[in-house]
Write a protein of this length. Structure first.
Length: 558
């Protein structure tokens, strides 16, 4: 076997090995690693790299490499736009003097690495570009058409392996992700404890995606800053590194789009590079947290190994962020409802305090004449607990209460009758009471009576005061009448008394003098009586013969 045949056999052996791997293994990473390690020796080149197209960012990220430094493969710009456009069209591109061409954006990196020539090959599957494979040479040489064809064939195997591996892996991952989404959705629907939901979410996201950690920050509308809500897998020192709102990746997420970064330490969209290096973070995926299409926060998944986040992983993170948004919405609604209930309870307490502070009995009835409210004054008068009174029928309540059962005003109101305040008398043992009862309707939106409020006012003191005023009026009339009568009597009385006294002085007959003395004494008694009548301030009634009663006058002179 000559050298040419031996080399063809080597090509065939490598190709068979790669095809077997492609058909046997489900992890395309193993296929890529085998290729980048086999080609340098087989094609007498110095290094080989494979980069995969990240659909989420439309950029090429490292998939596998052999023979080059981390600094070289971590550079931000891979090649010129013209070269990348040719590769994306499906054509291989050979760059013979990358260390000398001043137009190449990676010339300095190539010089530091000692790279002279680069062959860039497209990795295609079913007509779609999925990545690029680059063969690197540190000496001046070109590639034969057979070498290029062989490399293209291996690149096709990479595309096939990626497709198969992704298909099986995505199916497996989708199933795992579906279980996690279902579990977190169940948790969201079973509790309103927001802190528990968010802490569980960041933990499960990190574990399910095989990441180092996960953080979740919520936007504070008042300060327009992102505040940490939950974290898993990272240190408190890292979490306290400073504000993150000005990072480019955060701004992009807050604009509504997920952001995947393969190498944080060589990406201008990331700040706090030293803190991330100290924490061991290399790649991240950031997705927006939404509530009803409003972005309220950011969730970031952090890895400590280089990671190309697939579209399935991105969609999983986005979906979980939506679950988190739902949890936040539910928790916020729950807090609003609790606040509303608290306000209602506070208003009810305030209203009850007002009702219970009323000095009068108060009752509220519904359309069925059932008690729905009774204040403390009524309950005290009834000697009952509130639980005993609520729900009682109005008729039963009237018949058993201190207000009596005559002409219940609530019935009149419900029957749409006009009513005036009703005064009722009630006697309990030796005590007598008077009550004034009024009822007022409360109407619903359609103008129908929904409730009736009855107020029962104890007017015993007022009634007795009115009686006292009546008696006082009668007394004043009697006093005024007595004064008038006394005045009218005094004039003829004084004349008669004077005449009788003159007759005694002029008479010398004893019988006449005795009779005149009796007349004078009686006239003096009448005079004393008129004096009492003119100075009278009150009187006392006392019994006399039969049904008659006599008045005894009182005055201030005694």
């Amino acid at each position: 076997m000559n050298i040419s045949q031996a080399r063809e056999q080597q090509f065939l052996d490598v190709y068979q090995k790669i095809t077997r791997l492609t058909s046997m293994v489900l992890d395309h990473q193993e296929v890529m690693d085998a290729i980048v390690r086999s080609l340098p020796k087989l094609l007498e080149i110095d290094a080989c790299t494979i980069r995969l197209l990240d659909n989420s960012t439309r950029s090429f990220v490292l998939g596998a490499a052999h023979g080059v430094s981390l600094e070289y493969i971590s550079r931000e710009v891979i090649d010129t736009d013209a070269t990348m456009a040719m590769v994306q069209s499906g054509y291989p591109v050979f760059s013979p003097h990358v260390d000398e061409d001043p137009s190449l954006p990676f010339r300095d990196a190539a010089n530091r690495e000692g790279i002279k020539s680069v062959l860039t090959l497209p990795i295609v599957f079913q007509g779609k570009l999925t990545g690029i494979m680059r063969l690197l040479i540190k000496t001046e040489r070109s590639f034969t058409s057979d070498e290029i064809s062989f490399a293209m064939a291996l690149a096709e195997q990479v595309g096939l392996a990626i497709a198969h591996g992704r298909m099986f892996k995505e199916m497996e991952v989708q199933l795992d992700f579906l279980r996690e989404i279902q579990a977190l959705s169940t948790l969201v629907n079973s509790t309103l404890d927001l802190d528990r939901i968010l802490s569980t979410m960041v933990e499960r996201v990190a574990i399910t995606m095989g990441a180092k950690g996960c953080t979740l920050r919520l936007l504070n509308p008042a300060t327009n800053t992102l505040e940490l809500a939950a974290a898993y897998g990272v240190s408190s020192k890292y979490l306290q590194r400073g504000e993150v709102e000005n990072e480019r990746n955060i701004k992009m997420v807050l604009a509504g789009e997920p952001v995947a970064i393969y190498d944080l330490h060589h990406d201008q969209r990331v700040d706090y590079l030293q803190q991330m290096a100290d924490e061991g973070i290399i790649s991240l995926l950031a997705v927006p947290l939404k509530v009803d299409q409003e972005i309220i926060g950011v969730m970031r998944i952090l890895t400590d190994v280089p990671r190309v986040f697939s579209s399935i992983e991105v969609q999983f993170a986005v979906t979980l962020a939506e679950v988190g948004g739902t949890a936040i919405r539910n928790a916020r609604n729950y807090r609003k409802i609790n606040l509303l209930f608290g306000q209602i309870e506070e208003h009810e307490r305030f209203l009850n305090d007002i009702i219970n502070s009323l000095p009068h009995q108060l009752l509220v009835f519904d359309q069925r004449r059932r008690v729905v409210l009774a204040n403390k004054v009524f309950l005290a008068a009834m000697g009952k607990e509130e639980s005993e009174v609520l729900g009682m029928n109005y008729g039963d309540l009237c018949s058993s209460s201190v207000i009596g059962a005559i002409s219940c005003p609530v019935d009149q109101i419900i029957q749409d009758q006009k009513m005036k305040p009703l005064v009722q008398e009630y006697r309990s043992g030796d005590q007598q009471h008077w009550f004034e009862r009024t009822a007022s309707p409360l109407y619903d939106a359609e103008g129908r009576i929904e409730y009736v409020i009855e107020i029962i006012r104890d007017i015993t003191s007022e009634h007795m005061l009115a009686e006292e005023k009546l008696q006082s009026g009668k007394l004043q009339g009697i006093v005024e009448l007595a004064g008038t009568v006394a005045h009218e009597i005094n004039s003829p009385l004084f004349v008669a008394l004077g005449t009788a006294q003159l007759l005694i002085e002029e008479s010398d007959q004893s019988p006449i003098i005795n009779e005149l003395g009796i007349i004078i004494r009686n006239l003096q008694q009448i005079s004393d009586l008129t004096k009492k009548m003119t100075s009278m301030t009150g009187f006392v009634s006392r019994d006399y013969v039969g049904a008659s009663r006599l008045l005894s006058f009182t005055d201030d002179s005694r």
